[in-house]
Design a protein around this ligand. Structure first.
Ligand SMILES: [Zn+2]
Ligand SMILES: [Zn+2]
Ligand SMILES: [Zn+2]
Length: 355
């Protein structure tokens, strides 16, 4: 132990005391002068306990029929005779897992902008070097909510003559092409109508332009008639929330249905970075979590990841087999709200009188 703490060959450098390491570390207080190793980067996986067994309850034959009745009542062409008569030889009470990862990223861009200069204070490069985009502090409005913020980059402003009107404040009228008027529509420029002076132009043959009141020029819209523009760099910060889900086997029930179904949350975690879960009872969930977390790490190269969160929930999923009028099939009752799904409902009619 002593050897490990000594510098090779020459013994301890001056000023640094080498202490023998006691065999028993209990109550050991290090002497001053001992160089402590640097702290390891925080790369520790948070402790993950095994998940409790989820108890979602189960549906009886009667519960399943009741859910079907509710479902049929919401669809006017679905008869209820089937629900009353059908045999339900097998009802499988199960559950499906829904894992979701959210990555909240921030993107920063700069763009050159200008606006009419009204004589306000100009924060130009003479005030200092413009800060790099990622060093500007822009508060996050709300975590996991997509948002955009625009901030002027300090010390980038300068005033220049308007590019469009070259400082004249006025530009050529586009309605009359600068002529101040147009040929009279009534007399086509002759000034006369039925051998009398034209009533529309009082004999001039021209009509004054409505847009420029005959001057041939209008106010420059770029500088708002002020002749000068204030140019500056704008920092555009975009926050995006990237959401991805994994749903375990749902048989013939479309997985998207599970996203809307109520279930029980069994795990939830939020941090600057999350680590894949490895303690779900369904191994495919652990694998999906690992793949998703790894993917999100590199999927948004333009963004700085501000926060991540993931959750796992269990959604009740009941698969029922039916036999009715020599027809066999299956349907699903899922979510705490007992939603029902049939690939093809067995008793559909158009007249609504047979049921
Ligand atoms: Zn202008
Ligand atoms: Zn006329
Ligand atoms: Zn005009």
């Amino acid at each position: 132990m002593m050897d490990e703490m000594k510098y090779p060959g020459s013994g301890p450098p001056p000023g640094i005391a080498v202490c023998p390491t006691p065999h028993d570390n209990d109550g050991y207080v290090p002497d001053e002068g001992i160089i402590m190793p640097p702290t390891a980067p925080p790369f520790e996986m948070p402790p993950q306990q095994r998940m409790p067994v989820v108890e979602l309850g189960s549906l009886s034959d009667e519960d399943v029929r009741e859910a079907c009745l509710q479902f049929a009542s919401e669809n006017c062409c679905y008869g209820t005779k089937f629900i009353r008569e059908t045999a339900l030889p097998k009802i499988f009470n199960g559950c499906t897992f829904h894992y979701q990862l959210e990555t909240y990223g921030e993107k920063r861009e700069t763009a050159e902008r200008h606006e009419p200069y009204r004589g306000e204070y100009v924060d130009g490069p003479e005030n200092g070097f413009p800060p790099a985009p990622w060093t500007i502090e822009v508060p996050i409005p709300a975590m996991f909510v997509p948002s955009i913020a625009k901030v002027e980059v300090p010390h980038t402003a300068r005033v220049k003559e308007c590019l469009r009107c070259v400082g004249n404040c006025r530009i050529r009228c586009e309605s009359c092409y600068g002529r101040g008027g147009n040929t009279c529509w009534n007399c086509h420029g002759s000034g006369r109508r039925d051998a009398r002076p034209c009533p529309s132009c009082t004999g001039s043959g021209r009509q004054r332009c409505w847009n420029c009141s005959g001057t041939g020029q209008v106010k420059c819209g770029t500088c708002d008639g002020l002749g000068r523009l204030r140019h500056f760099s704008l920092l555009i910060v975009t926050w995006s929330n990237h959401v991805e889900s994994y749903i375990t086997d749902t048989s013939k029930l479309p997985k998207t249905e599970i996203l809307q179904a109520q279930g029980k949350e069994i795990f939830k975690e939020e941090n600057l970075k999350v680590y894949p879960i490895n303690h779900a009872t369904d191994e495919t969930v652990n694998a999906a979590s690992k793949a998703m977390v790894e993917k999100h790490e590199h999927a948004f190269p333009n963004e700085f990841i501000r926060q991540q969160r993931h959750m796992l929930r269990a959604v009740p999923l009941v698969r029922a087999e039916y036999v009715w009028k020599r027809k066999q099939g299956e349907f699903y009752v899922y979510g705490f709200q007992k939603k029902v799904y049939f690939e093809d409902y067995p008793q559909k009619c158009c007249c609504c009188t047979c049921c």
